[in-house]
Design a protein around this ligand. Structure first.
Ligand code: WTA
Length: 660
């Protein structure tokens, strides 16, 4: 980490917004002053301005049962109505909600009126299938319009969706379905990826075929891939058949502001993913507010494209809830960025005149590698704002993004947030902030963050420490599904001062540094969570997948720095003694990489599994991952004095340098 800090300290480039951009920007510096004077009053004002409430709230924040927050608790609203019907009622029904593009080149334009009609029908369909307010619905879909329709239809009837990213395995689906007690799974036969159909329904079938009883009564299947699938009579139903039977009219009922909206599973420091719970009114307020002011969204003229999959929180907040609450026009794309050609994304920007583009540093770095001649072949002049999310963006990638994609003029907003925070927390505001390549910079208006030392002291400018959120915020997670203790332990105990219940700090798990201006530079995770291509993975989860294989005795996983993906999964494995001669290290590497992909999903597949005879452990038996990271990154191994057996690292590094 210290090397990284040194690099960043030399970054002195500054990019103020142009006077023309600043003059038309929605946000003004005055927004910060207004918000910090009274954050609660500020959020109450935003909630009323940005959303429609069927019943106004009288109380903004209830923090008496900290850290379990309630925002706008006695207010009532319908999330889907806010994203759909009210735009139609306001005369904007003909506005395009989505320009959808399938990977093979098929496309569909969906207006707000059409999207509203489809969601109404889908809401009736869900009700016909027995789904009621509070029930959990699992979603395992490709990036097709039905994914958005599903999420909004579930929200419309007060049910709770749990979207599972399409790259996850049968095991991952099953553990999520079991944890949430989902009654229904909505999936597709398959979706298009890299020029072919990737099957989805077969993975759901495999998930439900696993041992033990499960809660799922119905599997609803969208026809997309046209691939062959098995059918379980009485359980499986086609989306199009059920939709055809459902009534077209549906009046949205208001729900309490704290009605659960969704659960989204994310990796933590233990082997078991956490079901992060988000609720309605506060979440939608902050998603809409940040989408509008961070990106300077003008819904009448902008075309917004967030490239995230709806299986991740970025897709929830900045493909579905924030943009639709704001009545934005968006691009939705099913496939991969380089299919069928490496300029596919830029072609879509040209085709739909995308003006605000939001993506991840890992994608930017992979485009950099191919070279600017690809984007230079397209007309990207519609772009006026660029966003980045998911991991720290290195200054070279930042400057390339601005120069090549943003014509050297578009402001870049580097947005720091998490599944848990629900919406953007730290970011520049387009048109207001003088940006610095590589820094996420400042808390958005109404949000309070700080950087603390391990013992809880403010570190002061020029120093590094741990990022915390120092006041409750509207889109904050309301808990971990079914595990209130873990919620408290994970996020609230680290900086809890006994006796000061109302001033608890949220521990984000990220290292950060304050520069001399007090701007924030994110330095990566400080726990055993890795960030691979902007996706969160837990070392413990991959280790437990590895030891579940019969040839493995022990496993240790680290996130090693990787030029393309930020971090890469590298595993060190001790084989069972009867297995040591059964396969070569290369064979074992192949078997175990495939095993992890099957257990968790392809995103978790290690870059390499090294077969070793020992793991470095402290005298108390704790694996010293720091040393393994040194080896994986090809560095001289650091201080080994706390190891029980100091020769271990020598054996491991000799073996790897000799054997790889
Ligand atoms: C990292 C994604 C640096 C961070 C929205 C965080 C970032 C984790 C940034 C959350 C950024 C996200 N700069 N790091 N702009 N954005 N991160 O839950 O480590 O998938 O804790 O949410 O990603 O990942 P998650």
């Amino acid at each position: 980490m210290s090397e990284h800090i040194d690099n960043l300290q030399h970054e002195i480039r500054r990019f103020p917004p142009s006077p023309e951009f600043a003059a038309q920007a929605l946000a003004t510096p005055e927004l910060y002053a207004r918000a910090s004077a009274d954050p609660e009053a500020f959020w109450a004002e935003q909630a009323r301005e940005l959303l429609h409430w069927d019943t106004d709230f009288t109380r903004t924040l209830d923090w008496t049962n900290a850290p379990f927050a309630k925002w706008f608790a006695d207010g009532r609203l319908n999330v889907a109505y806010n994203c759909l019907d009210r735009h139609v009622e306001a005369g904007n029904g003909e506005r395009v909600a989505f320009h959808w593009e399938g990977e093979p080149g098929d496309s569909r334009t969906i207006t707000y009126a059409e999207l509203t009609a489809e969601v109404k029908r889908a809401a009736n369909m869900l009700t016909d299938l027995g789904i009621r307010s509070g029930d959990r619905v699992a979603v395992y879909l490709p990036m097709i319009p039905e994914a958005v329709v599903t999420m909004l239809a579930v929200a419309r009837i007060g049910a709770v969706h749990s979207v599972i990213f399409g790259g996850f395995s049968a095991d991952s689906i099953r553990s999520r379905v079991d944890d949430a007690d989902a009654k229904l799974i909505i999936t597709a036969d398959g979706g298009w990826r890299k020029g072919r159909v990737a099957p989805l329904k077969p993975t759901v079938d495999a998930a439900l075929a696993k041992e033990g009883e499960h809660s799922v009564g119905t599997v609803l299947v969208v026809r997309r891939g046209e691939n062959e699938i098995d059918w379980v009579d009485g359980r499986d139903r086609w989306w199009h058949d059920e939709m055809a039977k459902a009534d077209a009219e549906h009046t949205a009922q208001p729900f309490e502001a704290e009605q659960p909206l969704y659960i989204l599973y994310t990796s933590g420091t233990t082997g078991k993913p956490k079901g992060i719970l988000h609720t309605s009114g506060g979440y939608l307020t902050q998603a809409a507010f940040t989408h509008r002011y961070v990106f300077d969204l003008k819904p009448e003229t902008d075309v917004f494209w967030c490239t995230a999959d709806v299986g991740w929180v970025t897709g929830h907040s900045y493909v579905v809830y924030g943009p639709l609450a704001n009545g934005a026009t968006q691009v939705l794309y099913e496939g991969t960025p380089d299919t069928p050609h490496p300029g596919r994304w830029w072609e879509l920007i040209e085709k739909y005149k995308v003006s605000i583009f939001y993506t991840a540093p890992t994608a930017i770095r992979s485009f950099m590698k191919v070279g600017r001649q690809v984007p230079d072949g397209f007309d990207l002049s519609s772009i006026r704002v660029l966003g980045s999310v998911g991991e720290p963006i290195n200054p070279e990638a930042w400057v390339w993004y601005r120069d090549v994609i943003g014509a050297g003029t578009a402001p870049i907003v580097d947005t720091w947030w998490q599944t848990e925070t629900g919406a953007i927390m730290v970011s520049a505001l387009a048109g207001v902030t003088t940006t610095k390549p590589g820094s996420a910079q400042v808390a958005v208006p109404g949000i309070s963050v700080d950087v603390l030392s391990d013992s809880g002291e403010h570190v002061g400018n020029g120093n590094g420490g741990l990022l915390v959120v120092s006041r409750p915020w509207p889109a904050m997670l309301r808990g971990i599904w079914g595990d209130p203790e873990r919620f408290i332990e994970t996020y609230w105990e680290k900086f809890d001062t006994p006796g000061t219940k109302n001033r608890r700090m949220y521990f984000a798990g990220d290292g950060a540094r304050l520069d001399d201006d007090g701007d924030i530079w994110l330095l990566g995770r400080v726990d055993d969570v890795m960030n691979v291509s902007g996706h969160r993975l837990s070392t413990a989860e991959i280790e437990s997948a590895l030891v579940s294989h019969p040839i493995v005795a022990e496993a240790a996983v680290v996130g090693a720095t990787d030029e393309a993906t930020g971090q890469a999964v590298v595993a060190f494995v001790i084989l069972r003694s009867d297995q040591e001669d059964a396969q070569t290290p290369e064979e074992a590497n192949g078997i175990l990489r495939a095993h992890v992909a099957e257990q968790i999903g392809a995103i978790a597949r290690p870059r390499h599994v090294y077969i070793v005879t020992e793991l470095p452990k402290t005298r108390s038996g704790k694996i010293m991952r720091r040393l393994l990271r040194d080896v994986a990154e090809g560095r001289t191994v650091g201080d080994t004095t706390t190891l029980a057996d100091t020769s271990v690292m020598q054996i491991i590094s000799d073996k790897l340098t000799g054997g790889v």
